[in-house]
Design a protein around this ligand. Structure first.
Ligand SMILES: Nc1ncnc2c1ncn2[C@@H]1O[C@H](COP(=O)(O)OP(=O)(O)OP(=O)(O)O)[C@@H](O)[C@H]1O
Ligand SMILES: [Mg+2]
Length: 246
């Protein structure tokens, strides 16, 4: 990522997760988040497309299907800019661990899949601090579709890339569009320092790898003293360690 500012002095850590829809990234980040908090680390969570300032505009544009690839890209960049300056940078300056569910690579992959110029998108996001760790959860299209079908009822218009006119059939369009995004993610892994995780593995084995990758980043990070872990949390972690959850 082209950086216009030097962020290397910031005392915090930035951990980001990436992957196509249904790859399991939110599940893994949530488990990591709970673990870090149980270990006493101070964390801030931020999610793609969640800025209160931009959300209503994005929602309206999506509902009325007004967004061209370029305007789609710009509203997401506006959302990202708002969260960067209000949440991410202040937290990194304060020495906090920031956990981001999707980061600039989501824009790089999706916008390129929509035909937006790759260099233009990278330049647009050049203000973004580079992550300390970027994890890419790689899963096949079939597995992602299976997981989405099991988890929720519908695939949304833009998620399926229906704005591109690839197919009139929502399922088919989703497959074609997400296939393009998968190809873009593959290229991004060569271009940037992104760690690829096989997301077809069980939830527990992925989480073990995630924690191993995160542990070296925790050295020197301030911790709150944990006096007593509530019994129900202890039980949850014991079950996770024993493979009780997938
Ligand atoms: N390793 C796994 N094996 C099987 N199912 C999984 C695994 N990880 C997550 N899932 C399930 O797959 C579904 C999608 O997971 P999750 O919401 O974490 O994906 P996501 O990558 O965040 O998707 P989105 O991009 O749509 O937010 C959920 O129902 C989740 O329980
Ligand atoms: Mg998610």
């Amino acid at each position: 990522m082209a950086t216009t500012t030097d962020f290397s002095h910031l005392p915090g850590r930035l951990i980001v997760v990436e992957g196509i829809d249904g790859s399991g990234k939110s599940t893994q980040l949530d488990l990591l988040h709970k673990w870090l908090r149980s270990e006493g680390y101070v964390t801030v969570f931020t999610e793609w497309n969640s800025s209160p300032i931009v959300r209503d505009t994005t929602k309206r544009g999506k509902r009325k299907q007004l967004l061209t690839p370029m305007s789609f890209s710009l509203v997401h960049a506006a959302d990202f800019a708002s969260r960067t300056y209000e949440q991410i940078l202040p937290a990194l300056q304060a020495g906090v661990i920031v956990l981001a569910d999707r980061y600039v690579y989501t824009a790089f992959a999706r916008d390129a899949a929509r035909g937006v110029n790759r260099k233009w998108v990278r330049d647009l996001y050049s203000f973004a601090p580079p992550p300390s760790l970027a994890l890419y959860f790689h899963v096949s299209l079939d597995e992602s579709i299976r997981r989405i079908a099991a988890a929720r009822a519908e695939i949304k218009f833009y998620e399926a890339g229906m704005d591109l006119g690839l197919s009139d059939d929502l399922q088919e369009s989703f497959r074609l569009f997400q296939g393009r995004i998968l190809e873009e993610y593959d290229k991004l892994c060569d271009e940037y320092d992104i760690t690829r995780i096989d997301a077809s593995q069980t939830l527990v084995s992925q989480q073990v790898q995630v924690r191993e990758l995160v542990e070296p980043l925790l050295e020197g990070m301030p911790r709150r003293e944990i006096t007593k872990v509530p019994t129900h949390i202890q039980a949850g972690y014991a079950s996770l360690a024993a493979g009780g959850a997938r």
